[in-house]
Write a protein that binds this ligand. Sequence first.
Ligand code: LLP
Length: 421
Amino acid sequence: MDHFLYRDGVLHAEDVAIPEIAAAVGTPFYVYSTATLERHFKLFDEALAGTDHLVCFAIKSNSNLAVLRVLGNLGAGMDVVSGGEYLRAKAAGVPGDRIVFSGVGKTRDEIRMVLQGGIRQFNVESEPELRAISEIASELGLSAPIALRVNPDVDAKTHEKIATGKSENKFGIPIAKARAVYAEAAALPGIAVVGVDVHIGSQLTELAPFEAAFTKVRELTLALRADGHAITRLDLGGGLGIPYERSNSAPPLPVEYAGVIKSVLGDLGCEIEIEPGRLISGNAGIMVSSVIWVKEGEGRDFLILDAAMNDLVRPSMYGAHHDIIPVIEPAPGTEGQPFDIVGPVCETGDTFAKARVMPPVGQGDLVAFRSAGAYGAVMSSEYNSRPLIPEVLVNGDQFAVIRARPSFEEMLGRDSIPEWL
Ligand code: LLP
């Protein structure tokens, strides 16, 4: 469920009509719903009630400071994968003891920065990283809480570009090697072993891969405890998928996912951390665009939008489906017509959908891409010198621009021409 619904024939974000926002900020733009963000966070938080837990929002899915503030105000933790994301979490008001630092390539500068700023835990992905954290923490006279991210060699059954839990993926420490690396960690200065971390992939639509991975984490935890490590925390990553196509069957619910966590790991007495991104932010956002031209082609018609692959890259990068709906609701029984829906960028890959059946839409009409709140704005670029599009947050009947569209001057002003030219 989300808060983008037609009212009196006009698409609204909560209580605000989309055309009103379009008139204020121009198209294209992203708009997020506070109520949906809050609701989705609470679905996880409430599903884990009764178990000591922290829901850490995966900032990579949507890193706007206002979005982080909404979630931080509810007590969310944050999962960050770079120094920049760490600074965003802090700027949104989230304290270091609610921030976990994941990522396969943390640099020494980043490690130093988060140690100095305060961090709940490092999810360590390799032995060289572990040794670097030990060195830097010792130098600073600090103790770094760590979990090792283990690679359980489980098939997440998702798109190959976002599966992370198979042995051929770059992520984590092979689970078979984990006991030896924990032994090394326990002996290193400046390191406090606190837990085990796993994340097997994103947009998972079945529970079985989670169950397989959590079962391996359980076995490892028991073995590590037998080896003398005090494992008190389990970080289970993110990855629960969302229904991108309304017509398709829905992925499992957070409450069902939490049921698997409790049944596999509930008796271990560990604090549970999870790192959902997409399920919290995905359906909390849409991207609104307008039709520039309707072009008749050879055997097909094109809807040429003012949004492009640089604004929402998921369709061209992963072949991802986003529902695209007109902002003005078609009358019941209106006949649809197939369109190839494309952007203005100069490559064929700039295609959002092929032969998508749409109700009659014409030049200047507004359309909305659903489920665009996760991995939308964060993955955008200025390819073709198209300035980043604005982000808007709605709360009830109010809305605010939470990232402004840069002017052409600002965009050009970031370049400089050397004196010798
Ligand atoms: N934790 C870790 C360590 C991760 O690598 C990720 C996502 C998450 C949590 C959050 O996963 P989520 O709950 O959002 O599925 N750009 C791609 C998705 C990349 C996901 C990367 N890691 C897309 O647009 O589908």
